[in-house]
Ligand binder design. Structure first.
Ligand code: MG
Length: 382
């Protein structure tokens, strides 16, 4: 690109087309990174020993945009085989048009789940690319109604010892978190007594001023969730996430009508139809930028939630959520999730700092300000 400030008037970056258009998207590439967990981890309904990040790089006009999703290696094949061809040679400023082209190209594959994770990574890379082409921070392009983004501490796996949980709480306190979340519904809701005991341990470790949050990952049935929820209400828990499966909207509605704590869900929502189905049965909508269609899908989902007078909360991937979470008025917070907080600085340079209970994005960075780190090669598997 030629030097100078942001293009003004009819100025377009080098390689651009007629006035108002951008350079053409030239190359879409992927990589897969596998980060082992320090020890096997589990929530109520799943166990894992590693986290896989699938990155996407998009090139246009001499700039490179970077996005990623937390998924599986097959996501990279979806990008290469089905999405890249839909956007190569398109105007790099036309993200909305490219998003629709990718969505249409995957009609016969199904457009949710893994396909939407792939599309999300491309969309994130594309917004980063566009901001870099315009030589502005991504926050300036998405909008910025706050300079810092509130976070809550998240982890508290069912596999942790009491001492490990206490250590996590101390860590969250060290960055100023005043809300903290642990996993419950251990072994598909078969250890309810321990679930409630651990919630009490969280209260004891975190102190009386901390907002307590729990996530059952859909591990209870409605009756169990009602009984556990009554104990959580007594303890002052403010957030009960996926008490039952997110697919059980009738169950969520039932619990929302009975319990005092907020009911939250939405981490698997892939599109506006799935978001619309959840809005009447949650108190706060969770949205995951790596699963719901990238920044494009997240902004649309947040607008839909606003029409229902609901806040949104970013699910996992804190560094990726920071710019878009700063752009919506109806944000409650984003999730400072232990696995992702651990691996993000290994994957990329430029992760926003956490302090005073918030992420502090670099307001002068180009794009989202993150680039693949040199050490990431160590975890690259494809
Ligand atoms: Mg969850």
């Amino acid at each position: 690109m030629s030097g100078g400030g942001p293009p003004s008037g009819g100025g377009a970056p080098s390689g651009g087309g007629p006035s108002g258009t951008g350079p053409a998207v030239r190359r879409v590439s992927t990589a897969v990174y596998r980060f082992p967990a320090p020890e096997p981890e589990a929530d109520g309904t799943l166990r894992w020993d590693a986290t896989t990040a699938v990155t996407v790089r998009i090139e246009a006009g001499g700039e490179v945009g970077l996005g990623w999703t937390y998924s599986t290696g097959a996501t990279a094949a979806v990008v290469r085989d089905h999405l890249a061809g839909a956007i190569e040679d398109r105007d790099a400023f036309d993200i909305a048009g490219g998003w629709s082209a990718m969505h249409r190209a995957c009609r016969n594959l199904g457009t949710r789940g893994l396909v939407m994770q792939a599309l999300s990574a491309v969309d994130i890379a594309w917004w980063d690319l566009k901001a870099r082409l315009l030589r502005v921070p991504l926050g300036a392009l998405l909008g910025r109604c706050r300079r810092t983004v509130p976070i809550y501490g998240s982890g508290g796996f069912t596999t942790l010892s009491d001492a490990q949980l206490a250590e996590q709480v101390e860590w969250w306190q060290s960055v100023g978190c005043t809300a903290m979340k642990i996993k419950i519904a251990e072994s598909w809701g078969s250890r309810v007594d321990r679930d409630v005991t651990r919630a009490h341990q969280l209260r004891q470790a975190a102190g009386p001023g901390t907002q307590l949050m729990v996530d059952a990952n859909g591990g209870y049935h409605v009756g169990q969730a009602r009984r556990v929820g009554a104990a959580l209400d007594e303890l002052g828990v403010t957030w009960f996430e996926e008490p039952v499966s997110s697919d059980d909207t009738a169950g969520l509605a039932n619990l929302r009508g009975i319990l005092r704590c907020d009911i939250a869900a939405g981490e698997y929502a892939a599109d506006l139809y799935e978001i619309r189905a959840l809005l009447p049965v949650v108190d706060c909508l969770q949205l995951d930028v790596t699963r719901c269609g990238g920044y494009t899908g997240w902004l649309r989902g947040a607008a839909l939630a606003a029409a229902q007078n609901l806040d949104v909360s970013g699910h996992c991937a804190p560094a990726l959520h920071a710019p878009v979470a700063a752009a919506v008025p109806n944000l409650r917070h984003i999730e400072w999730f232990v696995d992702h907080v651990r691996l993000e600085p290994l994957l990329v340079d430029g992760v926003p700092d956490a302090a005073d209970g918030a992420l502090h994005p670099d307001l002068d960075a180009r794009g989202h300000g993150m680039t693949i780190s040199r050490q990431a090669e160590r975890w690259c598997v494809g």
